[in-house]
Design a protein around this ligand. Structure first.
Ligand SMILES: Cc1cc2nc3c(=O)[nH]c(=O)nc-3n(C[C@H](O)[C@H](O)[C@H](O)COP(=O)(O)OP(=O)(O)OC[C@H]3O[C@@H](n4cnc5c(N)ncnc54)[C@H](O)[C@@H]3O)c2cc1C
Length: 335
């Protein structure tokens, strides 16, 4: 065992960082481990994106997020969370994955694996899982999905110039990727199994995408699913009659969402609701049904990642720190 801490936080995304800041503020000794760099989810977002939240709604740890505009870019947000880590002097161990957690409240052992492949053990009285919701994509589950031309992450339009690209999905990520590629010389089309864009698409983006689709500038296949990806084409299947259409294709950008990894929570005895995917927890403290084991951030949302995001997931840190600092009630019969 290398060292002991009052709190170990697994994941240094915005919500894990918020836990670290709240712990520091409360005088709780705390270390964070991340299998990547800090805010690695945000690092992999589209390079030129702007957040839908205003800067003030993304603030954590009482550190002001000051920008000249209302909504920050990805680069501004990355710089901001780095600043929060510095401000609170958080002990973040980057590129050190948590591979196993054993034990119980007061005596957890967190096993990590660093870049060298060597494992290390760390003792903690309590553990917070802030591992986010981007463990793996929601796979299409169709033949050809493993072809290298199928992408589950979209960063920028430039690799796709003068190519036939099919965007799968009709949420914010799909719509913004389609529009950005359309404006950068890509022959982009969209496919979605419903018959319109998602209700949650940013209101200021709706007129732009609606007009491009209505004018046929971005061809769209509503009520279709991808049936097969072939090296130079994609086969689409209509939902009601099963009619198949084959279209020329160079790349598939599947913006079908991502899912959380519940396996580590399950292994520790946390109950996961079969229908919602929400880990059993007390929303007032974020403690799971396993004493001393907490969840923070989007992992608390279950299958619906749109329910918890930075704006509300950032509050979990304060709840957890307050619970760790609560006065313990005296044992019965004692004064
Ligand atoms: C394109 C896009 C735009 C968005 N815009 C907004 C917005 O405007 N406003 C808003 O509030 N939200 C927004 N969101 C959602 C927001 O980014 C997420 O809700 C947020 O990142 C969740 O934070 P988190 O700390 O819970 O998880 P994450 O940010 O996903 O962080 C989890 C961390 O855990 C680490 N990790 C996972 N497993 C392990 C392990 N075993 N060991 C060690 N480390 C591990 C990961 O490497 C990662 O760094 C957006 C999302 C997307 C995709």
């Amino acid at each position: 065992m290398t060292e002991g801490h009052e709190l170990i936080v697994v994941g240094a995304g915005p919500c894990g960082i918020a836990v670290g800041a709240a712990a520091r503020k409360g005088g709780i000794s705390c270390v964070l481990f991340d299998k990547g760099c800090i805010t690695s989810s945000l690092v992999s977002y589209p390079y030129y994106m702007t957040f839908f939240s205003t800067a003030v709604m993304l603030e954590v740890g009482d550190v002001p997020f000051t920008i000249p505009d209302a909504k920050p870019t990805r680069r501004e947000t990355l710089a901001y969370y780095r600043r929060v880590v510095d401000h609170w002097g958080l002990d973040v161990r980057q590129y050190e994955e948590v591979v196993r957690i054993e034990g119980a409240e007061g005596a957890f052992t967190v096993v990590t694996r660093g870049r060298s492949g060597a494992e290390a053990k760390h003792a903690a009285a309590a553990v917070v899982m802030a591992t986010g919701g981007f463990h793996e994509p929601n796979w299409l589950g169709v033949p050809g999905e493993s072809l290298p031309k199928v992408r589950h992450y979209y960063h920028e339009p430039y690799p796709y110039f003068d190519q036939d690209v099919l965007v799968v999905g009709a949420g914010n990520s799909a719509v913004e990727a389609a529009l950005e590629m359309y404006r950068n010389g890509v022959r982009v089309s969209m496919v979605h199994f419903l018959d319109g864009i998602d209700a949650g698409v940013k209101p200021w983006v709706v007129p732009d995408i609606t007009n491009r689709l209505a004018k046929g500038e971005i061809p769209v296949y509503w009520r279709h699913r991808v049936a097969e990806v072939r090296p130079a084409s994609v086969v689409l299947r209509e939902e009601s009659h099963g009619t198949e259409t084959e279209i020329p294709n160079d790349f598939v950008v599947a913006m079908t969402g991502w899912r959380a990894d519940h396996a580590p929570l399950r292994a520790l005895g946390v109950e996961i609701d079969g229908a919602t995917g929400i880990p059993a927890h007390d929303p007032a403290t974020m403690e799971t049904n396993v004493p001393g084991l907490y969840i923070a951030g989007v992992i608390a949302a279950g299958h619906d990642a749109n329910k918890i995001f930075i704006e509300n997931g950032r509050e979990h840190g304060g709840l957890i720190a307050a619970h760790r600092l609560r006065p313990l009630s005296p044992a019965p019969g004692r004064v």
